[in-house]
Design a protein around this ligand. Structure first.
Ligand code: KG4
Ligand code: ZN
Length: 344
């Protein structure tokens, strides 16, 4: 890694889903501003993110969000060392808004451009509040679009140990929440009502995927919840929403914990981190923290605001890309299915 003797300021831009976000981060770990404009209110009307609406809203907001991030950091664009933008994976229209905006800014200002992988961003959120955290470690990235168990071998060097074969963990939370009438976004709502429910009330399945030792599958669990709801309705029995939510949540958490701890053991890792929107789930945080404590493993998780989509994490990941010499040209393109560890 290049040795740099001055402070490096990265402007991060994120627009891969339904948050328009911009942030200025110093030396990859110190957040000077973190502006997030959420579109949740609009998408709630439709029960989920509508990509076309998301693209339009990003276009409306991105200018003021980026401007606010630079101003709140007390800077001008001239003070920024590089612009880091999420290039994928995500929704292609929303991604293109951020990438096009960042390219325009880089061209106008003459500043270097770095294309950042969204999941690498989620992982890097852990560097912000844990100044001592360095690779290598194992990270479980659980969000609305992704469920990946990743071995962070070094900055920018990742090994995927396992992934979901069907639904992402957050997607399962959102779909089950809709089925039990909690609405969108489901994760935080299931988290909240589960506190009043019994996680042992209903025995939902814990899927273990034969294909890969650390892979996940959540569609069977989702179907099991739907079947349970249907059979209770047919029998005209009372559905206790809190118990369904808590039992579903426990089934997700059990599988996530089992796979994560199996990987930690296999690789003899002493550090484990959570990342992504679902990493703000209180039952998951408690269970992982406890399992790590029992095994003498250091446990890391970002604050909730850095778990869900934000641009500080993109600026942090962008910093480590930048100091390793990674640069994108003005031909940078957004990629909906960008693979982790691949150059963008
Ligand atoms: O990381 P994120 O903001 O966006 C993606 O990159 O997908 O994650 C959003 C997901 C949603 O599915 C949301 O329901 C879930 O994270 N989520 C939660 C919680 N907070 C957000 N899931 C479970 N418990 C929570 N407290
Ligand atoms: Zn995300």
């Amino acid at each position: 890694m290049e040795v740099i003797n001055k402070d490096i300021y990265i402007l991060g831009i994120e627009s891969s889903c339904d948050e328009t976000a911009a942030s200025v981060v110093r030396n990859g770990r110190e957040v000077l501003s973190n502006v997030i404009s959420s579109q949740i209110d609009i998408h709630t009307l439709y029960g989920g993110v509508v990509p076309e609406i998301a693209s339009r809203k990003h276009i409306e907001k991105i200018n003021q969000v980026v401007r606010a991030a630079v101003e709140e950091a007390g800077m001008n664009i001239a003070d920024i060392d590089a612009i880091a933008v999420t290039a994928g994976p995500g929704l292609i229209g929303p991604l293109l808004t951020g990438v096009s905006f960042a390219k325009g800014m880089a061209f106008a200002s003459g500043k270097p451009l770095v294309g950042v992988h969204h999941i690498e961003g989620h992982i890097s959120a852990n560097y912000i509040e844990n100044k001592e955290l360095e690779p290598e470690f194992i990270c479980l990235v659980v969000s609305g679009g992704h469920t990946h168990l990743v071995r962070v071998v070094d900055y920018g060097k990742y090994e995927i140990l396992g992934a979901t074969q069907d639904d992402a963990a957050g997607e399962a939370f959102d779909k089950v929440a809709r089925a039990i009438g909690l609405g969108y976004p489901g994760g935080p709502k299931i988290d909240r009502v589960s506190k009043d429910g019994n996680p042992e009330a209903i025995k939902f399945p814990r899927a273990h995927v034969a294909a890969g030792e650390y892979d996940f599958s959540f569609s069977g669990l989702k179907s099991a919840v739907l079947n349970y709801l249907n059979s209770m309705e047919m029998k005209k029995e009372k559905i206790v929403t809190e118990d369904v939510a808590a039992s579903f949540q426990k089934a997700v958490v059990d599988v996530l914990v089992a796979n994560a701890m199996a990987a930690v053991k296999k690789y003899g890792e002493k550090k484990f981190a959570l990342a992504g929107g679902v990493a703000s789930n209180s039952a998951l945080r408690e269970a992982m923290e406890e399992e790590c404590r029992i095994r003498g493993i250091s446990f890391y998780r970002p604050s909730p605001v850095l778990c869900t989509d934000n641009a500080a994490m993109i600026a942090s990941a962008g910093y480590y890309d930048f100091i390793r010499g990674k640069r994108a040209g003005l031909d940078l393109n957004a990629k909906a299915n960008l693979k982790i560890g691949y150059s963008c």
